[in-house]
Design a protein around this ligand. Structure first.
Ligand SMILES: CC(C)(COP(=O)(O)OP(=O)(O)OC[C@H]1O[C@@H](n2cnc3c(N)ncnc32)[C@H](O)[C@@H]1OP(=O)(O)O)[C@@H](O)C(=O)NCCC(=O)NCCS
Length: 148
């Protein structure tokens, strides 16, 4: 698993790019998994709420794999890719890639699938426009290289 993600490009579009800070560490000085999970949730949530054109809530997180640690000072890049639009739900694959200090290459550090539910004003599930998927940009083949 150490070489997982090497030799391919991130899946999906860049949603967030941020810097891991000392405030994001756990009691041992390592970057806290909960911080990264939160960033991934936000990254997937941006795709979900723009797709749903409104409020969404995270209902499930699946298949989370923390492959490599994140260190203080890493540039963390969060990519989101639409998996599925259901009746009221939207599933998004999210990947976190890290660029270590003084390095240029990205490494896949964590990935997982997030499910969001479109909500109405009262917080109840609302239907996502069924024809919306046709209007989304075409999904990119992650095996194809693209400029950084
Ligand atoms: C989101 C919420 C309103 C959904 O209410 P609900 O009564 O469970 O709604 P439903 O059972 O109709 O499910 C809604 C959709 O979510 C999907 N869903 C529900 N639980 C799921 C799960 N564990 N995994 C994947 N999808 C799930 C359903 O399949 C359905 O999708 P579809 O309409 O596309 O078929 C409710 O669960 C809730 O408020 N949860 C808390 C959300 C929250 O606060 N998130 C932030 C946590 S800090």
């Amino acid at each position: 698993m150490a070489s997982e993600g090497e030799g391919r490009e991130p899946r999906g579009a860049l949603s967030i790019q941020t810097l891991s800070m000392p405030a994001d560490t756990n009691q041992d000085g390592d970057i806290f998994g909960g911080w990264l999970l939160g960033q991934m949730d936000i990254a997937g949530g941006i795709l979900a709420c723009t797709t749903a054109k409104g409020r969404t809530a995270t209902v499930a997180v699946d298949a989370m794999t923390f492959r490599k640690p994140v260190y203080v000072g890493d540039i963390v890049c969060l990519y989101a890719d639409l998996i599925r639009i259901g009746t009221t739900s939207i599933a998004v694959h999210v990947e976190a890639w890290a660029i270590r200090r003084n390095e240029m290459a990205r490494q896949l550090v964590t990935e997982g699938n997030f499910t969001y539910v479109a909500l109405d004003d009262t917080g109840r599930p609302r239907k996502v426009d069924a024809g919306l998927e046709a209007h989304l940009p075409p999904r990119r083949d992650p095996s194809q290289k693209q400029p950084r």
